[in-house]
Design a protein around this ligand. Structure first.
Ligand code: C5P
Length: 247
C-alpha cells in the first residue's frame, strides 16, 4: 500500500460505527482534509478490512486511533499488524511505560523494513482529557493532570515516539519543552463559526496551529455540518496561511 502524505494538517474524526457513513464521508471530504481518524468504535465493528475500504474510498492518510496499552510483547504484535495496513499514524498510551513504547517503535521499524514501506508516526496519549485531578488520584497518581501530561510527554519522547495527543492549550508549553520535531496532535479544535458541543477547552484551528499543533483532529464541525465538504473546505482555506511548510 502506498504511503500517503497529508495535504493539510486536518484529520477528520469519523466517529461512527457505520461503514456506509464512513466511506461516504471519506469520499466527500477527500479533496478538503489532510486525513481521516478512525477509532475503536469503527475498528471494533469493521476491523482492518473496514479501514482499507475507507482508505480506498478517499485515498487519504489514516490516523488509526486504537490507543494500544498492554504488555510490550502484545503491543509489538498489534503494531506489526496495523503497520501492514499502510496507515499514516497510530497511537499507544504513554502510561504503558517506556518498555511498551520502545517495543512499539521497534516493531514498527522492523515491520516497515521488511515491507519496504514508510513507518507510521507513533503517537502517545498522555492523560485522557476525560480525567481530572480526582480521577488521577483514584488511580494512585498524586500529580496534577498538567504535571502528569508533561512527565508522560517527556517519557514518550525519551522512548523514541514521534509525538503526543494533547489539548491545544498545552501545545505551546509542550512544543517549547520537547522541541519542534516532536509532533503535537490536538483535538478540542473549533472554528469560530461552529458549536463547541461537549468540548470544554477549545481553540480555533488557526490558534492551535500558531500554538504549535502539527495535526488537528476535528470531528463534528465537519461531520455534523449540513454540508461536510463545504465546512472542511472553509477550514482548509482559513488555516492555509498558518500551515508550516517543513517537517
Ligand atoms: O467532534 P469533535 O471535534 O469533538 O471530535 C474530536 C475527536 O477527538 C473525537 O474522536 C474524540 O474522541 C477525540 N479526542 C478528543 N479529546 C481527546 C482525545 C481524543 O476529543 N483528548
Amino acid at each position: 500500500m502506498a504511503s500517503l502524505k497529508p495535504a493539510n494538517p486536518v484529520f477528520v474524526a469519523l466517529d461512527t460505527p457505520s461503514l456506509n457513513d464512513a466511506t461516504n464521508l471519506a469520499a466527500k471530504l477527500a479533496d478538503h482534509v489532510g486525513g481521516l481518524k478512525l477509532g475503536l468504535e469503527f475498528f471494533s465493528a469493521h476491523g482492518p478490512k473496514g479501514v482499507q475500504q475507507v482508505q480506498r474510498a478517499s485515498e487519504l492518510p489514516i490516523f488509526l486511533d486504537l490507543k494500544f496499552h498492554d504488555i510490550p510483547n502484545t503491543v509489538a504484535s498489534a503494531v506489526r499488524a496495523v503497520c501492514q495496513l499502510g496507515v499514516y499514524m497510530i497511537n499507544v498510551h504513554a502510561s504503558g511505560g517506556r518498555a511498551m513504547m520502545e517495543a512499539a517503535v521497534k516493531a514498527a521499524d522492523d515491520t516497515v523494513h521488511e515491507l519496504a514501506v514508510a513507518r507510521p508516526l507513533i503517537i502517545a496519549v498522555t492523560v485522557l482529557t476525560s480525567m481530572d485531578a480526582n480521577d488521577l488520584g483514584e488511580t494512585g497518581v498524586a500529580a496534577s493532570p498538567a504535571d502528569h501530561v508533561r512527565r508522560l510527554a517527556a517519557l514518550t519522547k525519551a522512548s523514541g515516539l514521534d509525538g503526543v495527543v494533547c489539548s491545544p492549550q498545552e501545545a505551546a508549553a509542550l512544543k517549547s519543552e520537547l522541541g519542534a520535531g516532536f509532533k503535537l496532535i490536538t483535538p478540542g479544535v473549533r472554528p469560530a463559526w461552529s458549536a463547541a458541543n461537549d468540548q470544554k477547552r477549545i481553540m480555533t484551528p488557526e490558534d492551535a496551529l500558531s500554538a504549535g499543533a502539527d495535526y488537528l483532529v476535528i470531528g463534528r464541525p465537519i461531520t455534523a455540518a449540513a454540508d461536510p465538504a463545504a465546512a472542511a473546505a472553509r477550514i482548509a482555506a482559513e488555516i492555509r496561511p498558518y500551515i508550516k511548510t517543513s517537517g
